[in-house]
Design a protein around this ligand. Structure first.
Ligand SMILES: *[C@@H]1O[C@H](CO)[C@@H](O)[C@H](O)[C@H]1NC(C)=O
Ligand SMILES: *[C@@H]1O[C@H](CO)[C@@H](O)[C@H](O)[C@H]1NC(C)=O
Ligand SMILES: *[C@@H]1O[C@H](CO)[C@@H](O)[C@H](O)[C@H]1NC(C)=O
Length: 804
């Protein structure tokens, strides 16, 4: 009995080692002609020479696998052969064969996918390159097929999008099957994003309202190729150009058309092993078409949410993209039986069967009443623009939209009065889950609408007021709830809903006609004001804003979401005509420079307070750099932009202004932004792209000033040296300090550090802590930016002392 069973085991061992004879290790460097990969052994995969990419069977569900290429470090998929037809987890395999190249078979032998190589050349091997490209070559090394020619939803550096391929988004988060969003070159040679579902196609990027030349594209180049390089610079033959915010070499990047229809460039943060967004096509997610389905409304405050208007039910609570369905019937013969329900600040993009300007509200309404295919009409008072609509899709609600939608409903339709808002806590990350909530339309007064426009105006004003009041109420409710639960330790408040739009009149009143000036800088003048309930505000009048209202609003959408205890809270904005104003919380003690450099108030900044300020500023910047979208670089860190509240907690102000003032490269008009020399990182002068490391440098200078209690220019400049050489002299000074640090070596460096610390502290400080802080500051002001720590590291280093 013993011998046969053993021989069977031996036989099966032989058999399996025969069939897997090519599997010498779990990582293969290539697949020879005639060999296969088996799903049952899915831990075996092809790996690129450097190990960055892997290719093989990837589990995509219970017992379902796809043949994919992924980033080895986190298993993010870069390419998939069979995204819509996964294979069984038992018995499926992929072979490299003469006929067809790579061929994928399901468990029952059905051919699922193949590279379909038609070539007389003899296939030799399939290999995964370091670029993430899977290639099949013949004996002489000629490429017969490459995965780069057949992208799914992701492009890698030097993988082009061409006239022959396109990117197709996945259907949902964490799903690989194809969705409805596509990136492709159209017949006009323009690279664009389209929502292409079975019952609707709609282009949404670049702005479909504009002609291509307005969108800065060209239709004249029919080579139709778009590609980004390993520095993060994308170039399309249609003149589309963009740069990743962390432009530079040695960063892994991917350009992905996400499931939510937005095109994003991601950069890999090597130390944190996470992807961060370094560019995106649409800053307002609601601009993506089809995102909330038919009749659905997209709301963004501050996360994307889909809502169904009153009288509509969600079709599928598990999938908001399916939209909503009406709970009423409207037949063609019911012309006298209908009325309109009003939705202010709403748009449903496209599907107008008519467009006329300068119509009265009444005429516009009549057009829609007469036509039984008209489901609603959009009307802009003032310009009298009238948009009767055949269908309602691409809906979005935004305070900034000056259009009102009037919705046809049966006369018998009853609108409940109560609105239910369900807002999600503030979340700064780029992609967020979409939630469903109810939405109550405001009822239009039933009689004589249009005849007496004042009624219309009145109800319009009312609706604005009610919506606004609701926002404020929801905001306060959140504050109240937060306070109650005392979830204060992570310093994030969830009051984003109170971010709002102000009218110029309101702000004029609040600031008493801009009487009380608090300060002025490169970007504008700041005035003190008082809102209702005696709340103090600071109003900044921006000058030099070149953006139109929409763009300004888009940028504000990002800035308005930013919320951290070490950043000045932005309460709202005003954009009217040429006026662009920002409304901030008023911060008690004014800016750091007033306290730190003034001998009469300096005594207030004892050692503990200085440490608290140093850590707080670092935390605020770390939040901007790492927790928000990567590209919130401050560009102008200096004591003037650090405010202190009555507890001496620092709050950084003016963040995001560089984006708002449309100085994209952040370096333009530098002299205008920077009042004081000395905080500017050396890369400004060398024309290198600016990254968060420029802020790190400025922070280092500020930290030195906090320690010394003196302006860096007053400190390092000798007599006769020019102010505009301060950066260079600072560089020399830093090197000499570092020399001393090296010389003192392992011994106690504290003695000479004490000389650097503000003498007005009279030696009342912790010298070990001080020397740690000096070291941090010196590493921040390294000339070579790659040697500077990032802000998260700085926070860690500063806090490590407390921990010990
Ligand atoms: C068309 O675009 C390609 C790729 O960007 C470029 O190399 C070529 O010079 C362009 N042709 C013309 C006529 O501009
Ligand atoms: C609408 O009409 C259809 C057919 O006439 C009917 O089946 C359906 O129940 C009606 N829906 C409502 C909400 O009344
Ligand atoms: C924000 O959203 C992301 C993704 O939806 C989630 O992973 C993260 O935990 C959220 N953060 C907070 C503070 O809720």
């Amino acid at each position: 009995m013993n011998i046969p069973s053993r021989s069977i085991t031996f036989l099966s061992f032989l058999l399996s080692s025969f069939s897997f004879s090519f599997v010498l290790s779990r990582n293969l460097s290539y697949l020879k002609q005639g060999s296969s990969l088996f799903v049952d052994d899915w831990h075996t995969s092809l790996v690129s020479p450097s190990g960055s990419f892997s290719c093989g069977f990837y589990p995509v569900g219970i017992n379902a696998f796809a043949f994919s290429i992924w980033f080895s470090f986190d298993k993010t998929i870069a390419w998939t052969a069979n995204r819509d037809r996964p294979v069984n987890g038992k018995g499926s395999w992929v072979s490299l064969r003469h006929g067809g190249g790579l061929v994928l078979f399901d468990f029952d032998g059905t051919m699922i996918w193949s590279t379909q190589i038609i070539s007389t050349n003899k296939i030799n091997r399939a290999q995964l390159l370091d670029s993430g490209n899977l290639v099949i070559t013949d004996l002489s090394g000629i490429m017969l097929w490459k995965s780069f020619d057949n992208p799914t939803d992701t492009l890698l550096p030097y993988q082009g999008i061409t006239k022959d391929n396109k990117l197709v988004s996945s259907a949902a988060k964490g799903v690989i099957s194809s969705g409805y969003y596509q990136l492709y070159f159209d017949s006009n040679n323009i690279l664009q994003l389209i929502y292409d579902s079975p019952n609707l196609t709609s282009i949404y990027w670049p702005d479909p309202f504009n002609k291509w030349w307005v969108n800065n594209r060209t239709a004249y180049n029919n080579s139709r190729i778009g590609v980004f390089d390993d520095l993060g610079y994308f170039m399309g033959s249609d003149n589309l150009r963009f740069k990743s915010s962390d432009y530079g070499a040695h960063v892994m990047r991917r350009l992905t058309l996400d499931y939510d229809g937005n095109l994003r460039l991601y950069s890999l943060n090597e130390s944190a092993k996470t992807w961060s967004v370094s560019w995106l096509a649409l800053s307002q997610p609601c601009q993506v078409h089809g995102i909330c389905g038919q009749y659905g409304l997209c709301v963004y405050k501050p996360e994307l949410q889909c809502i169904c208007p009153l009288g509509f039910d969600v079709l599928d609570p598990n999938d908001w993209r399916k939209g909503c369905k009406p709970t009423f019937n409207i037949t063609c013969h019911s012309a006298g039986q209908v009325r309109f329900v009003e939705l202010a600040h709403t748009d449903f993009w496209g599907f107008d069967f008519n467009y006329t300007r300068l119509l009265s509200f009444h005429t516009c309404k009549k057009i829609c009443l007469r036509d039984c295919s008209c489901q609603a009409f959009g009307y802009k008072k003032g310009s009298g623009e009238c948009y009767p609509k055949i269908t309602l899709i691409n809906g979005r609600y935004s305070q900034n939209t000056m259009q009102t939608i009037y919705w046809k409903v049966p006369r018998s339709f009853k609108a409940p009065k109560i609105s239910i808002y369900e807002t999600n806590p503030h979340n700064c990350s780029a992609i967020s889950e979409v939630h469903f909530m109810n939405y109550s339309a405001l009822e239009l007064r039933k009689k004589n609408v249009g005849k007496q426009t004042w009624i219309y105006l009145y109800s319009f004003a009312c609706s604005v007021f009610v919506v606004e009041a609701l926002f404020i109420f929801v905001g306060w409710w959140f504050i109240w709830r937060e306070r109650k639960q005392e979830i204060r330790e992570n310093h994030y408040e969830t009051v984003s809903c109170s971010f709002r739009r102000f009218t110029y009149k309101e702000l004029e009143r609040a600031t008493n006609r801009f009487k009380n000036e608090l300060g002025r800088g490169g970007s504008g003048i700041v005035y003190k004001g008082t809102m209702e309930e005696e709340r103090l505000i600071a109003v900044k009048k921006l000058h030099g804003v070149s953006q139109g209202g929409e763009e300004f609003f888009a940028e504000l959408n990002i800035i308005g979401r930013i919320n951290h205890m070490n950043l000045v809270r932005i309460r709202g904005f005003c954009s009217e005509g040429a006026h662009r104003l920002l409304v901030y919380d008023f911060v008690e003690k004014g800016s750091l420079d007033n306290v730190l450099f003034d001998s009469s108030s300096k005594h207030l900044l004892r050692w503990r307070r200085r440490c608290k300020i140093a850590v707080g500023v670092a935390k605020g910047l770390a939040y901007l750099h790492h927790e928000c979208l990567e590209w919130v670089i401050h560009c102008d860190v200096k004591p003037e932009n650090i405010l202190l509240d009555d507890e001496f907690e620092p709050k950084i102000t003016d963040f995001g202004l560089v984006k708002l003032l449309n100085r994209n490269s952040c370096g333009q008009e530098l002299s205008r932004i920077h009042g004081t020399r000395g905080y500017i990182a050396p890369e400004w002068a060398s024309n290198l792209p600016i990254t968060g490391k420029a802020d790190v440098y400025s922070y280092g200078v500020v930290l030195l000033e906090i320690l010394r209690g003196m302006r860096i220019s007053d400190w390092v400049l000798q007599d006769g040296e020019e102010e505009d050489q301060v950066e260079m002299i600072l560089g020399r000074w830093v090197s000499s300090i570092k020399e001393r640090l090296k010389k003192s070596g392992q011994g106690s460096p504290c003695a000479w550090v004490e000389e650097l610390i503000d003498p007005s502290l009279n030696g009342d400080f912790n010298s070990a802590e001080a020397s740690m802080m000096v070291k941090v500051a010196l590493s921040c002001v390294e000339e070579e930016r790659s040697r500077r720590p990032n802000m998260a590291d700085v926070v860690r280093m500063l806090q490590s002392y407390d921990a010990e």
